[in-house]
Ligand binder design. Structure first.
Ligand code: NDP
Length: 262
């Protein structure tokens, strides 16, 4: 049977950890050539060495830079074009959330958060758009359930993420019928972000298993656990694949049922 991404080229931002790394691996398993980036060169190189061993160096391209550096993103797009000749799927995944209430969020924090959330979409989208148009490709944005269900302890992240959903809807209309634009809304996925928060837990004697189980219970996640990065990757790959050829401007929740809106 032909693999869903056989002969296609995918780009994943933030591909060295968590959801991005799981997506890179899944797309490689499903036949794509994959280019990915992140800021930290050491972790990228470690990850790339494993992927090159498993899938072959000819199918992988990676560069270290921030997606907020528009020149670097453009250079990456040029490298993808030179190496692979096309781009069929762009996964805008790079980023992280900010934990702060309104009273603990400074103006600089607000600006930095809006900059990250919006330009982590804008810069790669602008750089890869010509290739995506030429291939009738797709964009999948990794966003958060906070866009629709804000929480007071992540006030600026939630606000910026709502803006991202508006941007994506506009793009889905502007880029149609050539490029599909969809998003996944993540609830709690046990990735690098939660590993960092676990490491900073007040009671260091609490095990990872117990801490994650308490977190799921306290959040009231109906499926009773945090998601795995591979489960987010599966949703991303679906929206980016030809199986989703009539889906654009949509969002798919990957939250274990955490959303309360219908
Ligand atoms: P991880 O921390 O595991 O992975 C984040 C990845 O993005 C890393 O590869 C990181 O590498 C990279 N990255 C971060 N900032 C930049 C940047 N400016 N430029 C390029 N690369 C960058 O986190 P997740 O897998 O959880 O996060 C993936 C996405 O999902 C993020 O956008 C996050 O906000 C979102 N999300 C995750 C949730 C969760 O519960 N896990 C909940 C809601 C949303 P490096 O640091 O080296 O740059």
């Amino acid at each position: 049977m032909t693999k869903p991404f056989e002969g296609q080229v995918a780009v994943v931002t933030g591909g060295s950890s968590g959801i991005g790394l799981a997506t890179v691996r899944l797309l490689l398993e499903q036949g794509a050539k994959v280019a990915f980036c992140a800021r930290g060169e050491g972790r990228l190189a470690d990850v790339a060495a494993v992927l090159e061993r498993d899938f072959g160096a000819d199918r992988i391209l990676w560069q270290a830079f921030s997606v907020l550096d528009a020149d670097a993103v453009n250079a990456f797009a040029a490298a993808v074009q030179a190496r692979f000749g096309t781009c069929d799927l762009l996964v805008n995944n790079a980023g992280q959330g900010r934990v702060s209430t309104f009273e603990t969020t400074s103006d600089d924090h607000w600006r930095a958060e809006y900059d990250l959330k919006l330009f982590s979409q804008i810069n790669p989208t602008r750089a890869f758009l010509p290739m995506l148009k030429a291939s009738n490709g797709a964009i999948v944005a990794v966003n958060s359930l906070l866009a629709y269900q804000p929480e007071k302890h992540m006030v600026c992240t939630a606000s910026a993420r709502a803006g991202v959903q508006s941007l994506l809807k506009s793009l889905s209309i502007e880029f149609a019928p050539h490029v599909r634009v969809n998003s996944v809304l993540i609830g709690l996925i046990g990735s690098g972000q939660w590993t960092r928060r676990f490491a900073e837990r007040p009671d260091q004697s609490v095990s990872r298993e117990v801490w994650y189980a308490d977190l799921a219970r306290n959040k009231g996640i109906p499926l009773g656990r945090l998601g795995d990065a591979s489960e987010a990757a599966a949703a991303i790959a679906f929206l980016g694949s030809r199986a989703a050829s009539y889906i654009t401007g949509a969002q798919l929740e990957v939250s274990g049922g955490l959303s309360r809106h219908i």
